[in-house]
Design a protein around this ligand. Sequence first.
Ligand code: UD1
Length: 339
Amino acid sequence: MGKSVLVTGGAGYIGSHTAVELINSGYEVIIVDNLSNSDRGSIEGISKITGVEPKFIEADCCDKEAMRRVFEENEFDSVIHFAAYKAVGESVAEPAKYYRNNLLSFITILELMVEYGRRNVLFSSSATVYGDAEQLPVTELTPRKPATSPYGNTKQMAEDILRDMVAANDNIAGIALRYFNPIGAHPSALIGELPRGVPNNLVPYITQTAAGIRECLSIFGDDYDTPDGSCLRDYIDVVDLARAHVVAVDRLSNGRNKDRYEVFNVGTGRPVSVFELVRGFEEANSLKLNYRVAPRRAGDVKAVWADTTLANEELGWRAERDLSDTLRAAWEWEKHVRQ
Ligand code: UD1
């Protein structure tokens, strides 16, 4: 039998793409998701792309008894924990909801891993932990800044919880992947990001504007101290990001990790401005986007991008997808969703 991986939040945006890459690499995938911000369509999409139907369990990771059954009834050595809330603004308005869900779900998983002797865990962290970094690009050793939102704080706290659990339990090994800005969709257009309500993130807002669902994209600030005045980010294709999870699970499964707790940046290493991204989208898809410059958005940092040396050298991973292909895939997915 092949190796199995439990993927929490596997019906979501990054989770579903990771499930596809895991299956394509020979892993058996068990998905747990409470469908609070996703739907079964992504499970169907995974099955269509891979020709393999992953086992799907509808459950909430905060529900310890339900999760205990998952551990009792399924063999797996590795867990990838995606299940979490991710809206920055909502986390400011409803902090308790974020702390409860994002921390309790992870603690529950970690406790069960110890209890059931399951070794490897991968955690979805974020470049948000670096905040407004003084040195760019950021390496894994760049000091984290105090979080500016409860969402960001849950990422920092969960990293610390993982580090401490690994330190206290010889039989657990963990990796935190710090994602930069994940964008795009699977080239098949069968899975992608499905924001509920008005999107907060740039690319879903762009594709919905192109589709006529939003009237006009606001570019938040053109007066930053950057080459064209708009913010700089490191946009990572979601399929490249998904592949990073596969190599990280491989590393843990093969015991190749140097320390039992490791952190890796997952980005392209290339800063891209908001204007460049908008232009790139227009060119890749031969269309014109309705946009205007608006005031800065509270909480945005001027620039952040990754030094990816560690992931390149230790994981043997690098981002491969071309930005215009990524932006084409994002648009194909938006059109598919609207059909
Ligand atoms: C945001 C979160 C970050 C989280 C990440 C997850 C904030 C402050 N940060 O990152 O904590 O980990 O999403 O996906 O919310 N922009 C526009 N117009 C828009 C939307 C965005 O100009 O309508 C600009 C932003 O100012 C920013 C860039 O596009 O410069 C990217 O924004 P976004 O996609 O929201 O990501 P981040 O803010 O970088």
